[in-house]
Design a protein around this ligand. Structure first.
Ligand code: PFF
Length: 451
């Protein structure tokens, strides 16, 4: 039987879990969600959601993962054998394959944009029309996107094949801190552009009248996606933790780092956005790929910073796709006794195949670009079903399971195993049992009704 492996240190878990959490969700999805949902009001609700609902569920997932030292399916099976609870794990495994399929398409864009930056495409003065044209011709180039998807999934398969210590840990330890430094540098630059104050106001001064149920719904959904919650990723990573690690501080670290990166991404995007005539913050998924080239065209050394930034975004996306692939791979290793390499290759291939329609989603006039009756493109549908609903449903059942079935006081015992007592244990248990389930239930229902 394959040896399971484990993290080299607590720091390694924090970095790897942050690697999973920090990715396109922070730098691509968070800014465009903020732009479409009222700016600062969304940011405020997002922060509250991440540190309440997000942190609570994060701790629930890690404790179940470490207590069982199993993949999500195995974890439910161990705590409640011969019951249907393992299906929550199966949903997580399936969700991972599906998110990986479309996430890798957008991750492929970071490869393409790194090359564009190296070629000097962002060194000329860029207007609204030119950046939009550049994005459209790039994202609708099917052949190129096919190749980029293949490259990205292959990279993910290679790292996951090397296992927990050899692959994931080594990569994140070096590259995540570099990403943080670059983000802060670019944020400082963007904030100091002439005319940046308008963007700063939009991003940081909340207009409370903009807070409505939709904003709350999207903020909580974004927190789930960004923190990799609801499908067993954090549970799987938690399963490689040692009993001596104090879980609450790790959880707080990951949630804080993830939120920090999202906030920085917005600080880069919005001040610059308002300096480009005619540019709207509510333009949706293309936002970052349209605004960042403008940032790089305005700073000295833009070609170097541009290539470095997109390369680091590529790495951030890769540490997330690795965590997505790790869920089904851990399942196949633990439950089906496959070896790691075979599992990584098989699931990678599956995700690649499911990813192909998402490539066509960006080609105007294509079936997958405007699906009849639904009137949406394939990638948006995948993101809604798997990146929103499925994570919320998974999160709802994980909260019920840890709170009521495995029982929150047993989870607390697991949390306190390191010897250090979790001071907010009671509050955490209260949130897990009485706040999360009703909130998530309402959010799932209203997401389905709003769409
Ligand atoms: N959290 C990742 C991001 O923000 O880019 C995306 C993600 C990874 C979602 C892993 C879900 C997951 F299980």
């Amino acid at each position: 039987m394959e040896k399971r492996g484990g993290w080299g240190s607590k720091m390694a878990f924090i970095l790897a879990a942050s690697g999973s959490a920090i990715g396109l969700g922070n730098i691509w999805r968070f800014p465009y969600q903020t732009g479409m949902n009222g700016g600062a009001a969304f940011v405020l609700i997002y922060i509250i959601a991440a540190f309440t609902v997000g942190l609570t569920l994060f701790l629930a997932e890690v404790s179940l993962g470490r207590a069982t030292k199993r993949n999500p399916v195995g974890a439910f099976k161990e705590k409640r054998p011969k019951s249907p609870w393992f299906l929550v794990g199966i949903l997580g495994v399936f969700t991972a394959v599906m998110i990986l399929s479309y996430y890798a398409v957008i991750a492929g864009w970071t490869v393409g944009y790194s090359i564009k930056a190296i070629k000097g495409d962002f060194s000329k003065t860029l207007t609204k029309a030119s950046v939009q044209k550049m994005f459209l011709s790039f994202s609708s180039n099917t052949g190129l996107n096919f190749l980029l998807l293949l490259i990205f999934i292959s990279l993910t398969v290679i790292v996951v094949s090397f296992g927990i210590k050899g692959g994931i840990e080594k990569l994140t330890k070096i590259l995540m801190p570099v990403l943080f430094i670059i983000l802060v540098y670019l944020a400082i630059k963007s904030v100091s552009f002439e005319g940046a104050s308008k963007g700063l106001l939009f991003y940081l001064k909340p207009d409370f009248s903009k807070i409505n149920s939709k904003v709350v719904l999207y903020a909580i959904t974004q927190a789930f996606f960004s923190l990799s919650l609801g499908m067993g990723t954090i549970m799987t990573y938690g399963s490689y933790l040692s009993d001596s690690d104090y879980l609450p501080s790790s959880a707080l670290w990951v949630v804080s780092l993830d939120t920090f990166v999202a906030i920085m991404a917005g600080l880069i995007i919005f001040p610059t956005l308002f300096t480009v005539p005619g540019m709207s913050p509510a333009q949706g998924p293309s936002l970052v790929f349209v605004i960042l080239p403008v940032v790089f065209s305005k700073i000295s050394g833009g070609a170097i910073f541009g290539s470095l930034f997109f390369f680091l975004l590529l790495i951030a996306a890769l540490t997330s796709t690795i965590s997505l692939l790790e869920v089904p791979v851990a399942y196949l290793i633990d439950e089906k006794k496959w070896n790691r390499k075979k599992a990584a290759l098989a699931v990678g291939l599956l995700s690649f195949l499911f990813g192909i329609p998402s490539i066509f989603a960006n080609k105007p006039g294509n079936f997958f670009n405007d699906i009849p009756f639904i009137k949406k493109d394939f990638l948006s549908i995948m993101d809604f079903v798997w990146g929103n609903i499925s994570l919320l449903v998974g999160g709802f059942f994980i909260a019920i399971f840890v709170g009521y079935i495995w029982k929150y006081n047993k989870a607390l015992k697991e949390i306190n195993k390191s010897g250090k007592i979790f001071k907010f244990g009671k509050l955490w248990g209260f949130f897990l049992r009485f706040i999360l389930p009703p909130i998530l239930f309402i959010i799932i229902l209203s997401s389905l009704l709003i769409k």
